[in-house]
Design a protein around this ligand. Structure first.
Ligand SMILES: NC(=O)c1ccc[n+]([C@@H]2O[C@H](COP(=O)([O-])OP(=O)(O)OC[C@H]3O[C@@H](n4cnc5c(N)ncnc54)[C@H](O)[C@@H]3O)[C@@H](O)[C@H]2O)c1
Length: 383
């Protein structure tokens, strides 16, 4: 069902879909940092959205954010509670750092407000469970901000798997990352434990996980053996400022070996920094064919090169190369438009939390297993 919804957003939505601008929804933005600007710009392309309010913990930041973006008459607040309590909002974008995703989302849902929540869903599995409970109780839309889902090449990955061309899938290797790329352009909110909670895994790892798990229909993760390290983040020689190394409190590299329902093995590794260019391509092995997805950053919504299928034809081993698909329109715009439509027309969430909770469970499992130094079972309570 969610897939059908994504397929509505293949083109530039404003050209191809008639937007009922007479029926506007009132939207607020919680957290006015870096990614909030992308949300704002995409909302401004929706003639049926009124941005009425914003909130940020840092005094004056929300006001400056709207002023810098040329938006007037927006009421500003100091936290998620104030904005929800004082406004009659249809929806909010939760654009805060990871550590406050859960409290902002739960508060909004409890007050009957639909939520577009930035990725990663949150920090821990326990938080994800509480978010799911609040969502279920509220009956409101909760969509998680994975814009690569709208990318035509990502959709092709899923189509190939779902077509049955690869046969039964038994092994997947995914992940990626950077030789040097610990994100500190706007300070330390990505690297401190109190704000980010998780590092490379939450920033970029969740995208690689989503790419393959979405392709195979998000089977439940059963066990995980995880590893995390912070050799670069904690070393001042690799950080732009010595103080950044002092406050670094998350993973800059992580790996996991995960058993999924259906007997599928998922081998995952992600890096913000390492002595290597890439930890490799994504591969999906099936009993009839294998798929190679050239190493990709994922977050910007595309793959690193043409997809290649390895299969046998009449007893010969052949490779089929799929030309890269071109996107029409911007994936971030589609993420926002699909959420607005879900709110207005009571459609299912474009990127549903009942899938992304498994993504979060894997990340959480890696953290817990790494701490314990052994494999753990993933237990997700009934919601
Ligand atoms: N989808 C994407 O492409 C993409 C890209 C970058 C970041 N992100 C995600 O977006 C989130 C935010 O990233 P960012 O780079 O904008 O971070 P940021 O640190 O620049 O901004 C976060 C802001 O949230 C505010 N905040 C925190 N808790 C709050 C609360 N309870 N009420 C009001 N304001 C609060 C902070 O004061 C800060 O200004 C992260 O979870 C990140 O993973 C997604």
């Amino acid at each position: 069902m969610a897939d059908n919804i994504l397929d509505r957003y293949e083109g530039v939505f404003t050209d191809e879909q008639k937007v009922d601008a007479d029926r506007k929804i009132k939207v607020g933005i919680i957290g006015c940092g870096w990614i909030a600007e992308a949300h704002l710009k995409s909302y401004l392309k929706c003639p049926d959205v009124e941005i009425v309010a914003g909130a940020d913990l840092i005094p004056g930041k929300a006001e400056k954010f709207f002023k810098d973006n040329g938006i007037e008459n927006v009421r500003c607040y100091l936290n998620h509670k104030e904005i929800i309590d004082n406004e009659e909002l249809d929806a909010v974008s939760v654009c805060t750092y990871n550590a406050t995703h859960a409290e902002c989302t739960i508060y909004a849902l409890e007050h009957g407000v639909n939520v577009l929540l930035e990725k990663p869903m949150c920090v821990t599995l326990e938080e994800a469970v509480e978010i799911r409970k609040a969502e279920k109780k509220s009956g409101k839309v909760l969509s998680i901000g994975f814009q690569p889902r709208f990318d035509e090449n990502m959709k092709m990955v899923k189509r190939i798997v779902q077509s049955g061309e690869l046969g039964e899938i038994y092994y997947i290797q995914t992940g990626g990352g950077r030789r040097r790329g610990i994100p500190t352009p706007y300070g330390t909110s990505f690297i401190e434990k109190d704000t980010a909670g998780i590092g490379a895994m939450g920033d970029i790892g969740c995208y690689s996980l989503d790419m393959v798990l979405n392709a195979i229909g998000y089977p439940k993760p059963l066990t995980v053996t995880g590893y995390t390290s912070d050799f670069f983040g904690k070393n001042p020689k690799y950080m732009p400022k010595k103080e950044y190394a002092d406050v670094f409190g998350v993973d800059d590299f992580a790996a996991g070996f995960i058993r999924l329902e259906g007997g599928i093995i998922l081998d995952f590794r992600i890096s913000w920094a390492m002595h290597l260019d890439t930890p490799g391509d994504t591969i999906i092995l099936g009993k009839d064919a294998g798929l190679r997805i050239p190493s990709t950053d994922c977050w910007n919504g595309s793959i690193g090169g043409p997809l290649k299928i390895y299969h046998d034809v009449a007893g010969e081993r052949v490779e089929t190369v799929l030309p890269m698909a071109k996107n029409k329109g911007d994936n971030f715009d589609k993420k926002i438009r699909s959420f607005v439509d879900a709110v207005k027309y009571n459609l299912p969430a474009p990127v549903p939390s009942h899938e992304i909770i498994y993504n979060q469970a894997i990340i959480d499992g890696i953290v817990k297993s790494a701490k314990l130094g052994r494999e753990i079972e993933i237990e997700i309570p009934e919601i």
